[in-house]
Design a binder for this molecule. Structure first.
Ligand code: IMP
Ligand code: MG
Length: 183
């Protein structure tokens, strides 16, 4: 049987082992900064689901979860620049210590928009934790408070990240073969 991944990956960027180590480091930093506080871990679906579930299991601070679904990309490898809230948080975040958990910070459009909306709801604090960061693509001055790996301007898949809603389940991060989207 042919694997679904054959000819899809140009190269593996981060292995499962490298990812595990990085997620542990991020969790350690959050544990240190939020010691004695309650934190609301806000998962931005769908891309963050794998990162989120690995990260929260390494936290030893009191935490609550919530989920938002935002959509900024269609079935394409470039952003449409539009952000749509498909599902909002299910509670008030007033006075909460919120950490937005994202898979990848690219142009910054999605998180810039989300940050503005959430700040209007008067949280006690609002921080951004991103697994990957592509700083060369940024269109605003947004910076993550916690950032896993900086990556070059390549389209990546796996560990929650998709191309046209496939490959999210790959346990590693790979660079998508350009032939796939140049077809
Ligand atoms: P931004 O609004 O341009 O910062 O885009 C953020 C969102 O675009 C991320 O949450 C991802 O869903 C998606 N995205 C950006 N770059 C990639 C990539 O290389 N692979 C998969 N998804 C990506
Ligand atoms: Mg996403």
């Amino acid at each position: 049987m042919k694997s679904q991944n054959e000819n899809i990956i140009k190269s593996v960027l981060f292995t499962e082992e490298q990812i595990e180590k990085k997620v542990s480091e991020l969790a350690e930093a959050i544990n240190r900064d939020y010691k004695g506080k309650k934190v609301l871990m806000l998962c931005i679906l769908k891309g963050s689901v794998i990162f989120f579930s690995d990260l929260v299991r390494k936290l030893d601070v009191d935490c609550d979860f919530d989920f938002m679904v935002v959509s900024s990309y269609g079935a394409s490898a470039t952003s449409s620049g539009e952000v749509m809230i498909v599902k909002d948080i299910s509670r008030s975040i007033e006075n909460a210590n919120v950490i937005i958990v994202e898979d990848i910070l690219d142009t910054g459009t999605t998180l810039g928009y989300l940050k503005n909306i959430l700040l209007q709801r008067k949280p006690e604090s609002l921080k951004i934790c991103t697994f990957l960061d592509k700083p060369s693509r940024r269109k605003n001055d947004l910076k993550a408070d916690y950032s896993g790996f900086e990556i070059p301007d390549e389209f990546v898949i796996g560990y929650g990240m998709d191309y046209a809603e496939s490959y999210r389940n790959l346990p590693f991060v790979g660079i998508l073969a350009p032939e796939v989207y140049e077809k």
